[in-house]
Design a protein around this ligand. Structure first.
Ligand SMILES: C[S@@+](CC[C@H](N)C(=O)[O-])C[C@H]1O[C@@H](n2cnc3c(N)ncnc32)[C@H](O)[C@@H]1O
Length: 291
């Protein structure tokens, strides 16, 4: 079995990794034949998969721009993946050089490659930890050193929660993370939902044999992850519909199977205000009201 020099020791090269499969869809080079083969099978079942992943990354960029426009310059990106084009720290620090980013992943390749990419960047770091143990993330030296929890943080859970099974209590982990954040913090989520896209039977079959199965959830369940975070307009909507940069183009129906939303943590006993105080131009809508 091939083992390139960059591959960390101790990883199982016989099981496709969801992290490396994602890298394959995005055209990256940190994947093995076992990942490419699984990726090819998934794409054979749903040819729009790479476009869904690109729409997910495009949402990520827009959500970062939104956070910065709200004055939120700290990012905690969990399930951050193998660095590819346009990573959170690149997008954020290009727009706001003082932006700080903590990446978290439990995949050894994602962690090793992130560490290499971030070398010399004093405002970004990577934590090797599991989303299902939020205290490990919150108390890790890198997190404590880079993020100021007295100020708002943008918590990014992008294409992560559908790899966490209900039995592992993802709602509790999100709530624990959220409760550590200051009012005005943001929570960005993308998640696979029902429909012909991620939800295609052949795609789910492939992931059943990978490092984590896909848990497709209904929009109501996904909306529930926001908990106390109040939805930011336009609510929880298909990936391309969240504050698009331009007029809608011709859209693949499969893209509607990925939902995206951002929530804002309210001030204790009141509505969430931006750092500049109440903003009447900000509209909040009920998650689940659109899309
Ligand atoms: C599909 S990738 C998403 C990457 C990036 N967030 C994005 O949206 O472009 C999902 C990532 O979540 C990571 N992941 C899955 N379950 C995890 C867990 N329990 N704890 C930490 N990371 C996890 C995987 O290793 C993978 O790198």
């Amino acid at each position: 079995m091939e083992r390139p020099a960059w591959a960390p020791q101790g990883i199982d090269l016989n099981v496709p990794s969801v992290s490396r499969m994602y890298d394959y869809y995005l055209g990256g080079s940190h994947n093995f034949e076992v990942d490419r083969e699984a990726g090819r099978q998934a794409v054979a079942a749903q040819p729009a998969l790479p476009k869904i992943m690109q729409a997910n990354r495009a949402f990520m960029r827009r959500a970062i721009g939104f956070a910065l426009s709200e004055g939120v310059t700290q990012f905690l990106d969990i399930g951050s993946g193998i660095p590819s084009f346009g990573n959170v720290h690149e997008v954020a620090q290009r727009l706001e050089p003082t932006a700080r980013v903590v990446y978290v992943d439990h995949d050894p390749v994602a962690v090793a490659h992130s560490r290499a990419v971030l070398e010399g960047n004093e405002r970004a770091g990577i934590v090797s930890a599991d989303f299902r143990s939020p205290q490990d993330i919150l108390h890790s030296p890198e997190t404590r050193q880079l993020l100021d929890f007295d100020k708002p943080v943008a918590l990014m859970l992008l294409a992560l929660l559908h790899f966490v099974e209900d039995k592992d209590g993802p709602e509790k982990s999100v709530a624990d993370l959220g409760s550590a954040l200051a009012p005005g913090s943001l929570l960005a989520i993308t998640h696979a939902t029902e429909g012909e896209g991620y939800g295609t039977a052949g795609v789910r079959d492939v992931y059943r044999r990978a490092s984590a199965p896909l848990t497709i959830r209904r929009r109501k369940e996904i909306a529930g992850f926001f908990g106390e975070f109040e939805p930011v307009a336009p609510g929880l909507v298909p990936l391309p519909h969240w504050r698009p940069d331009g007029p809608p183009g011709q859209e693949e129906p499969a893209l509607l199977s990925g939902l995206a939303g951002v929530g804002r943590k309210p001030a204790e006993g009141g509505e969430a205000d931006g750092p500049e105080g109440p903003d009447t131009a900000k509209t909040t809508v009920k998650v689940g009201s659109t899309g």
